[in-house]
Design a protein around this ligand. Structure first.
Ligand code: ZN
Length: 99
């Protein structure tokens, strides 16, 4: 993965997770990242996975031959993606994970 692609994909992840957190976790205290503790953890996890993705051209995670997400994290991401995807009308993250 090129650094540009990585930057772009991390920015997309942040945008999706922030949208979700802004709407769903209004009562939770926010960290420096403007996310609550839980969402900040999800973001860091997702970025780490992205960074360590061994594929030159990232396949969608669903079709990946070597999935790297833990099941519980995957479920959380799928939830965030569906919620924010609808709100933002963006299909980008969906493509990244599901294509
Ligand atoms: Zn949150």
């Amino acid at each position: 993965m090129t650094p540009e692609k990585f930057e772009e994909d991390s920015a997309t992840l942040y945008r999706f997770i922030k949208t979700y957190c802004d709407n769903k976790h209004t009562q939770s205290p926010k960290l420096e990242s403007s996310l609550c503790f839980e969402c900040d953890h999800v973001l860091n996890y997702a970025i780490q996975r992205l960074k360590e993705c061994p594929h030159e051209i990232k396949p969608s995670c669903r079709k990946c031959p070597s999935p790297c997400y833990e099941k519980s994290m995957w479920k959380k991401m799928a939830q965030i993606m569906m919620y924010s995807g609808m709100r933002l009308g963006l299909t980008k993250l969906r493509k990244m994970l599901f294509k």
